[in-house]
Write a protein that binds this ligand. Sequence first.
Ligand code: PEP
Ligand code: MG
Length: 546
Amino acid sequence: MELHGIGVGRGIAAGPLKRMPEPLAEPADVARTADAEVEIAVAREALAAVGAWLRERGIAAGGEAKDVLDAQALMAADPTLAKDIAARITAGTTAERAVFDAFASFQKLLEGMGGYMGERATDLADVAQRVIARLRGVAAPGVPESDQPFILVAHDLAPADTALLDFTKVLGLITRDGGPTSHTAILARSKSIPAIVGVVGADALVENTVIVLDAGTNTVIVDASDTEVADALQRREAWLTASNAPITDGALKDGYLVPLLANLGSATEAAEAIALGAEGVGLFRTEFLFLDALLAPTVAHQEEQYTALLEAFPGKKVVVRALDAGADKPLSFLNDAHEENPALGLRGLRALRVNEHILRDQLTALVNAQNKTTADLWVMAPMVSDAEESDYFVELARELGINVAGVMAEVPSLALMAEQVMVNSDFVSIGTNDLTQYTMAADRMLGTVASYQDPWHPAVLRLIKQLGVAGALLDCPVGVCGEAAADANLAIVLVGLGATSLSMTPAAFADVRAALLTVTLPEAQALAAKALTGRTAAESRVLGTA
Ligand code: PEP
Ligand code: MG
């Protein structure tokens, strides 16, 4: 049997699958039927077993992970919690509900304390889920454990899930939800892990089934035969060899330079990016540094992080994005309110503008880092709608001492107003993930509309062209930093439409570098012109591919 979805990159993987367990439903608030003493003993056993398991895992993991797991084991053994659970059971509730309520009230207490203690609240929630899973006799939620490499199947992966994934074990990713611009796709590219997202039928896949995942052909072979696995492994070798060509600066066949820049989420990723040939940074996602923070980070703390980043790129261009909070990347200190449609809500610059002190602190930290290092710092705002918003950001950044200030083109209205924006803005960087989401009115997190999430759509290409033309006219650099830049064929079209640099996950450099070297600038422009004549994304992809 074959399933289909949207391949990320060109990778191939074969192996048994493991499913990401579903989050547990909240235990029903019903009266206890079992004897109180029995129910208390059952709860104690579950707490002890989870504590022992956490300690064992800690010993096996070692390092910082051991500290975290030991601290969680202590939570499971906390006598106050055990007493609270027993009291709740005695008062008439079930063990599951008592554990849920006792941990929840303790969690609230920790959250109220803020700071380090507040951050431990999530760890406590994880312990509670493990204890309740044990009581129910089901697998604990969270990343599956395995001694053998496996292909992970999930609805979708949140950035927080991925922090716990052991990438030496994950051969590939399959998700039911998410399009090519979802965070699962971004993660897969950044780790060079083959992935197919938006797979219809992924929910029916059974644990341990052997599958072959071919991102280049968008297919998942279910219950693969030995021959199919052997064939896949051979093609995997060929793919790995092609990814290992010599590293050169990004350029077309005629020598036209197209700097290849890195999309990074932390300074620790810099060394690997440089090793793969990063000519600088085209997108530093600062919100990734603070996803777990309950309070806005201080100037000093941010300055330290940004300085570490800039020091890794002496003399090189580094584009840092101001905090992009909202939708799939919530920051509790910036936009806490419940919104029906968060992607259309108080996101990016909109959230920063109503919390201007947070924006000022971030810009100040960036100025301090800029003045201490030799990197060429460029700073940009996310989710900007028009020239008025662009001017607001650029002027504030300059007033605080930023040398180069620009905006992202992610909202169609900004692309439509490109010339006005570029009068003041030092540069524009096209975020094709959001530009596609908003142009096609298709949530980038939603598998059911994944087919709309295609940056090859001629409507998206037309907006990019408008930005490219305005950039050439007003001498304003126009980079691309969305996932589209990591699609080797589309990268050629983007240059043909006027992109002056391409920023992507460093794992995609090899593919894109090789593709750019196959065309001259006039050839890239001709392919772009052809792609613009398509009626659908699929047509444009065919027309725009050499
Ligand atoms: C984009 O929208 O294309 C982008 C680069 O930003 P993010 O993926 O972080 O929203
Ligand atoms: Mg974006």
